[in-house]
Write a protein that binds this ligand. Sequence first.
Ligand code: GDP
Ligand code: MG
Length: 386
Amino acid sequence: MEPGANTGPRLTPVQTQLIAAAFEEAAHDGAVVEPDQVERIAAGLLGGVLTDGMLDTIIDATDGKDGIDATQFDHIMKEVLVQTCAWGTLQTPTNGPVGITAILDQVKTRAKKRGFDFNLMVVGESGLGKTTLVDTLFRGKISSRSSEAGEGPKPLPQTTAIHNVTHGIEEDGIRVRLTVTDTPGFGDQVDNTLGCDAIVTYIKDQHDAYITMELSKQRAPRIPDSRVHALLYFIAPTSHGLKPLDIAFMKQVHTLVNVVPLIAKADALTLHERAAFKALIREDLEHHEIRTFPWTHHEDDEDDEDVKEAIRACLPFAVVGATEQQMAGTTMVRGRQTRWGFINVDDPEHCELPLLRDTLIRTHLLDLKDTTASVHYESYRESHLG
Ligand code: GDP
Ligand code: MG
């Protein structure tokens, strides 16, 4: 058989041999194969994955022919092979590393260049410590000022309005564009209460904006992502379980966004009360069929699932916020004096703020973004585009 020296992609000797062997096995008298057999052989070689493009290639090349000879077969297979990177039985054994691990470096380099958008929304009654917690999480006055250039003086924060503050934060050369969406006035017992609907509408509007940009003809190579990746929901430390407002709100948003439930101002509870309250809330959430972060994905393996199970068992995170440094013993730490002593907010033994930060940023930032895109946004898009 003529190897067809300069046409098509360059195949390894193993791949060439496999194509030749498949031809010989299927050919009558070692000369030709039936045109309508080519598709089956190609599918066998590629492990059963033929795209429409590959089928077109095969149909074009075999249409009207009586038999396909070895040279023609070799050409067709090469044309099909350019269209895939799923080699099936054509996979070439390698004698050493080929640099696939370098893909990780590529991902890092790309992430460094582009940075990440990460959009966080905080919801809960006034006074539960939302503003303080965001500032504690990101070690700055994140929630009160914006680092975006050229925006001029900020209007005074309104008491009831959804408002965004965007910050560029950078660590080890990785840039994150963090947008915090605050929802002051939620659930306040006054006339101008910020209702559930306003928040639901905001979340849907971000999905809609993304759909519009995806459908637009001259869409930017990278669509700016304003979709909410995580919604921190603050539960009052009452010991009495969820309130009707908590349930009503979470039921409205749990399929639109990743909900991360938190016990606010957990320093109001003893460790024993915290554990009991957590169990009570988990029961409530289950009873009302409210799904919270983290979601299980199809691609998750056992290890991923174990990690997610461990996180579920900790929810809702019992957090304490404090931005002021205090003297504790001989060192300055961020914390609060309580009835039962000093709580250092950065100590995982004292509260779950460090666990929340690790989960949001270090371990599950990409998972939150993936779930937003592939679960919440996708199902919203499907139900809206019909
Ligand atoms: P927001 O209305 O939800 O944004 O609440 P703020 O962050 O403005 O906090 C309201 C008040 O609660 C402030 O006086 C805070 O200092 C205080 N606070 C915030 N976080 C905590 C906490 O974790 N524990 C306690 N005990 N007080 C807190
Ligand atoms: Mg606030």
